[in-house]
Design a protein around this ligand. Structure first.
Ligand code: GLC
Length: 536
């Protein structure tokens, strides 16, 4: 089976994983040093199969690397190309794949391409970006707004034209209607594939092409309020998700296919799964995987999760692989989102069991395996540009340093201060402590991930949800060799499930005290989950 179908991915926010040079910022050598924790090919390790590294290219860091100033080099804060080569080699020795973040929609304003483009209206690179004269009465050429707030256009006073930026003014959008830009990005992709990278996570892929005529976005449609399409008072119809984007995605897929089993997972930040499906391609000739972020906005409610999963299962064409994610560098961590102080980490366990047993490719976010929470950031330490504009939406709280141990720098850094504050619970919530404890959340993640590897039901089985007691989510994963029943209770009190002729062995459970065999009826204590290998 293709590796990315059975793999468990792990997102590393590089700045926050492991610092080795004492500057308070994580680096590539730090990731290499921690590979055995991630997967040493034994169940002593977490067992993840692939790492997605957030951007490591040189960047002035207005958006922490999502503003690239050179696509084919490494930012010195993170290391060198040699450090990356070592990381790839050491990872591959452990059967860990590495994918890089590709940020094609926009560059940094400090990228040589943009410097050249803005130098003069007649610059050969002018048309690599999207420039327009002011509107007839002055002001921006149309009504588009940046995803980070404010107009999506900034006037370049020297040349008298506006340039487009879907995010910060320091992140000008490239013009993919210009074939030279398309060719330049092909070269970037080849550069990293030639270096042995296994694929890419592609940033905001749905934004790469805009309406050719730059038509105004319409006002919100009161009958179809879509939380991601309708933001800042308009429907994002003409500035993203244009039909022509699929030509580019297909082109990149053909390029990847020339290299054998390389893959891309696209950030299609469109909440509705119906809008994500086209990015797999009509004949599955586009993205191998498209992010489905629906869990990031799903409340702690069994029926709501079932609905999300059933919908994706129904919408995706045969052969298209779903993806699931509970936490990421752009959203509050689920340990905090779902927190209920009376339940300890019980909800985090049930959520993890769900994520890792659904049909699809799961993406973990560093630290979720130890139950890291969002960290409150004092105003004067806010780094994220979104947080600086809208403190309550800032993304620093979920980006704090990995909590390796209970020492002052949490085992992350020797520096007096890490770039973001370390979680106040690091003394108790850390890898060192949980590793030694067979009942810890970390040990639970390890057990599930290693079981998953050996399970035909989980890696190849079909998915079918079953009607069940209130506040529970029950589904079957069935392959020729193995039939599994996954039963998850989101309830605050005990639930009895009538599983009829479901008789079998309990192979995983989130809590102690579950009998090892089940025959017909299952008593689930408050907020617990089990996986049962059915006898037939
Ligand atoms: C994506 C990234 C996010 C970044 C934005 C602009 O959504 O995940 O972190 O700010 O793109 O590049």
């Amino acid at each position: 089976m293709t590796w990315w179908r059975s793999a468990v991915f792990y997102e590393i926010y590089v700045r926050s994983f492991q610092d080795t040079n004492g500057d308070g910022v994580g680096d590539l050598a730090g990731i290499t040093a921690r590979l055995d924790y991630l997967n040493d090919r034994t169940p002593q390790s977490l067992g993840v199969d692939a790492l997605w590294l957030t951007p490591i290219n040189p960047s002035p860091m207005y958006d922490f690397g999502y503003d690239v100033s050179d696509y084919t080099a490494i930012d010195p804060r993170f290391g060198t190309l040699g450090d990356l080569d070592r990381l790839i080699a050491e990872a591959h020795r452990r059967d860990i794949r590495i994918i890089l973040d590709l940020v094609p929609n926009h560059t940094s304003h400090e990228h040589a391409w943009f410097r050249e483009a803005r130098a003069a209206r007649t610059s050969p690179k002018r048309d690599w970006y999207i420039w327009r004269d002011p509107a007839p009465g002055g002001g921006p050429p149309n009504n588009w707004v940046s995803s980070f707030g404010g107009p999506a256009w900034t006037l370049d006073a020297a040349t008298g034209q506006y340039y487009l930026h879907s995010f910060l003014a320091e992140q000008p959008d490239l013009n993919y209607r210009n074939p030279d830009v398309v060719a330049a990005m092909d070269d970037v992709i080849r550069f990293w594939l030639d270096r042995g990278i296994d694929g890419f996570r592609v940033d905001v892929i749905h934004k790469m092409i805009k309406d050719a005529a730059l038509r105004d976005n319409p006002p919100p449609d009161p009958t179809d309020v879509h939380p991601v399409r309708d933001y800042f008072g308009q429907q994002h119809i003409f500035d993203q998700d244009r039909p022509e984007v699929h030509d580019i995605v297909r082109r990149w897929r053909r390029l990847l296919d020339q290299y054998g089993e390389r893959m891309m997972v696209g950030e299609v930040y469109l909440l509705n799964p119906r809008m994500i499906v086209p990015y797999y391609g009509i004949t599955l000739d586009e993205l191998q995987l498209a992010f489905n972020f629906s869990f990031l906005w799903t409340a702690w409610d069994a029926a709501a999760f079932r609905l999300q999963v059933d919908q994706v299962e129904e919408l995706l064409p045969a052969g298209a692989q779903p993806t699931y994610v509970l936490s990421s560098h752009d959203s509050p961590r689920h340990r905090s989102r779902f927190d209920d102080p009376r339940l300890g980490d019980a909800r985090a366990r049930v959520a993890a069991l769900m994520l890792l047993t659904l049909r699809g490719t799961p993406f973990l976010y560093y630290g979720e395996e130890i139950g890291m929470r969002d960290v409150e950031i004092p105003l004067e330490r806010i780094c994220d540009p979104v947080g600086q504009r809208f403190p309550s939406l800032g993304r620093d709280p979920e980006r704090t340093p990995m909590q390796w141990d209970g020492a002052p720098g949490a085992g992350f850094t020797d520096a007096a201060d890490a770039w973001l504050p370390i979680g106040p619970d690091a003394e108790t919530v850390n890898v060192a402590r949980q590793r030694a404890d067979p009942d810890s959340l970390l040990s639970f993640y390890r057990r599930v991930i290693w079981y998953r590897k050996s399970s035909a039901g989980l890696t190849q089985g079909t998915y079918r949800s079953l009607d069940s007691a209130a506040d529970t989510f029950v589904f079957l994963r069935e392959a020729a060799e193995q039939r599994l029943l996954v039963a998850l209770s989101f309830a605050d009190d005990a639930r009895t499930l009538d599983v009829k002729d479901a008789t079998g062995r309990v192979v995983l459970s989130t809590a102690a005290g579950i009998p090892s065999r089940i025959a017909g009826q299952l008593e689930l204590p408050a907020c617990t989950g089990v996986v049962i290998e059915l006898d037939s």
